[in-house]
Design a protein around this ligand. Sequence first.
Ligand code: PA5
Length: 469
Amino acid sequence: MITLDVARCLAPAVHDHGLDPDLLADDGPGGVAAAELTKRLEASRGTGMERWRLLAEDPMRAQHLAGVREVRDRYAGTLRNLVVLGIGGSALGNIALQAALNPPTHNLLPDPQRRSPRLFVLDNADPVLFQGTVDLVAADDPGFERTLFVVISKSGETAETAAQFLIVRDLLQKARGDAHSDRLVAITDPDRGTMRRICDAAGYATLPVPEGVGGRFSVLSPVGLLSAALCGIDVETLLEGAAAMEHACRSERLSENPAALLATTLVELGARCGKGVHVMMPYANQLDPMADWWRQLWAESLGKIVPGVQGTVFAGYTPVKALGATDQHSQVQLYREGPNDKAVIFLEVERFASEAPIPVGLGEDALAYLEGASLAQLLAAEKRATEYALTESRRPNLTIRLPEINEHTIGEFIMLWQVTTAYAGLMLGVDAYDQPAVELGKQATFALMGKPGFEQLRERVEGVPAPSA
Ligand code: PA5
């Protein structure tokens, strides 16, 4: 199991920038408050927008795995390219799983070595990225015989994804005529929405974004599982890891419940010590996109207006991503001597898939200390060194330690943060499952793109006075 070490967030380590250890004792104020929230989360577990908590257990697990395996087996051994169209919660999990659980060189490997399709996740309306990817795929597969497009959109109305889908559908129709539908799989709402209607009319295969599972909590549903399974990732073990963590996060003892401990530590550091910026710093390139996935979860779930009798509170934390050791040469100066408003969340990996030993024999005294060691050892030393340096500067930091990066620990990690977000939402008094502030920008885009019904908004956006009646 992955473990959590919050010792450097406590006053004995970082003085008045840390928490009183008694606060985090099982019978201390934080422990008692967390136990109450655990009871509340147990009561709402699996209901409403908290159905994501059931994704790793039957019957949802079995249903989703059956659907995912069916698609995987249908295309087994036939695909060179898998192109995912989606954005936000409909893309970040796909990218994070692929980066963590397949080699960083996956797309560059020759076909016989790769043994699963190249994966391209188009999570932006960027025309150059889109066109370049389509051209690359079509260069040696002009009829899209060995390419599958997976469009992921719960609503089907997300402009970026919808626009890409329209282009891809047109390309496929031109290349394959009526047979094009076997090159498209949609992951969308099982009952409602624009994409549902399109798929039903055109006969595209679909998998569900389940009811009560929001985009940023959907990576353990077919949203994340399908591309992972098609790319050879063991999705069964991923869900086993998630289930193990979900179980651990039901304990009413703070010391045994990693999500409650993580949320209590970060929320209390914010409230008592003014740490409103959370930096996730993995010491592993494989986990770098996982920090992007976390950034959305943490920002979109917790960044909310809370009206109160004593005035409006603007809740939430600013999630920042840094990569160890790379960003030691870019960000750590700021983290040690800039504003002391941050809590750094290190991700540490105990055993890497490769050690990369450093050879001996150059005979240069200045570099002798590196000879006979390995890059894995160097990276581990760099993490400990940065943790030490931050602590010396009284900058609170914690470590999430993964014994190794594999499907089980990644499933644990994802569930850990999802449950932590649920706790933090309750602690801050926000609804962790909506995103009302995203709407206005979406509607303004509709208006600027000429969607009927948004004419008045267009005038407001463009600053043109409305004609008088
Ligand atoms: O977390 C969320 O809900 C969002 O990031 C959505 O996933 C994102 O906006 C895409 O929405 P949809 O899946 O409806 O296209």
